[in-house]
Design a protein around this ligand. Structure first.
Ligand SMILES: Nc1nc2c(ncn2[C@@H]2O[C@H](COP(=O)(O)OP(=O)(O)OP(=O)(O)O)[C@@H](O)[C@H]2O)c(=O)[nH]1
Ligand SMILES: [Mg+2]
Length: 302
């Protein structure tokens, strides 16, 4: 401790020593510098503190650049969406509406301090949904935003879009703007918000965790954001499978056969299809037939 130290300096030094995160250390160190003795005897100390700050800022920059992967090891599922937004915008509430996750909903700010994971089943397709802590907080995990398929950007006012876009500059992901707390708006306000978002060509949903407005629309938009197709399979004489298999658009019957027959598509004797890509129910097609979302495929094997 320097001689004649300012009481604020002493307090900041104590906080600095107990700081748990890099951001917190930087903040406290800055405070120490601002309260360090200004007289000549304090020169050395200030230079020392500045040197330490420089190192911490470099470390922060390095972390930022390596923000390619998540800080915590979340195993990414085939279909994944990350909820981002400012504190208190309702991210935990949205996660709870969509999934079985145990997220804490609270009127206090920054209540979610680590990513929360849930699973949503949409017409048989499993979608992993993660709440990223508030974007303006030190808990926010940039890696999650950078590696996901779709971002659900939760807002309570149109201005927030700009602020968030500034923070996720260069991130090329599917984006859904979720205007949350629509229950607090009257019809006229909703109409205005919708037309503004429409004119800016946003993919958006007016949503309320309280009265569930927009929940089906959100699920639908979320699934279609992944640009995947769902294909059901069936065995002759039986019902179609309970859950569909997820494929890229344009997948062929052969790809489905390879998957369910574990690479033995040459065993297929006959292929029949039902659904959007069929001319009539039960149409017989070749293995190179291109499938569409919600098709049902049946294979007879040799
Ligand atoms: N009226 C209304 N209130 C809502 C709605 N969704 C969330 N809230 C309230 O908004 C507050 C914040 O909700 P959270 O879901 O905890 O928000 P969050 O974005 O996860 O907040 P942090 O994790 O703290 O950043 C809580 O008091 C919720 O009850 C909604 O649709 N309508
Ligand atoms: Mg939360």
């Amino acid at each position: 401790m320097p001689i004649n130290a300012h009481p604020e300096y002493i307090a900041a030094e104590g906080e600095y020593l107990h700081a748990k995160t890099l951001e917190e250390k930087i903040e406290k160190l800055r405070k120490m510098i601002s309260y360090a003795p200004a007289h000549k005897g304090g020169e050395n100390l200030r230079a020392q503190l500045r040197g330490r700050l420089k190192k911490l800022l470099e470390e922060k920059e390095k972390n930022k650049k390596s923000g390619k992967s998540s800080r915590i090891g979340i195993k990414k599922e085939d279909l994944q969406a990350v909820i981002i937004g400012k504190s208190n915008s309702g991210k935990s509430s949205v996660l709870k509406e969509l999934t079985n996750a145990k997220a804490e909903v609270s009127h206090t700010h920054f209540s979610t301090t680590s990513p929360k994971i849930g699973m949503m089943n949409y017409q048989g397709a499993n979608i992993q949904i993660i709440e990223n802590p508030a974007i303006e907080s030190e808990y926010y995990d940039k890696g999650l935003t950078n590696t996901t398929d779709t971002l659900i950007i939760t807002i309570n006012s149109i201005q927030e879009i700009k602020e968030i876009e500034e923070l996720i500059k260069g991130v090329q992901k599917n984006k859904i703007i979720l205007f949350n707390k629509s229950d607090l708006l009257n019809l006229e306000e909703k109409r205005k918000i919708s037309s503004t978002l429409q004119s800016k060509k946003y993919n958006f949903v007016l949503f309320s965790s309280t009265n569930k407005e927009g929940i089906e629309e959100l699920k639908e938009k979320l699934f279609s954001s992944f640009n995947k197709i769902r294909v059901y399979t069936k065995e002759p004489g039986k019902e179609k499978s309970k859950n569909p298999i997820i494929f890229e658009p344009g997948a062929t019957a052969k790809e489905v056969a390879e998957k369910i027959l574990k690479g033995f598509s040459e065993k297929v004797k006959e292929t029949r299809i039902w659904g959007p890509s069929s001319k009539f129910p039960g149409q017989i097609v070749g293995l190179n037939h291109k499938l569409m979302d919600l098709d049902v495929v049946e294979f007879k094997t040799k």
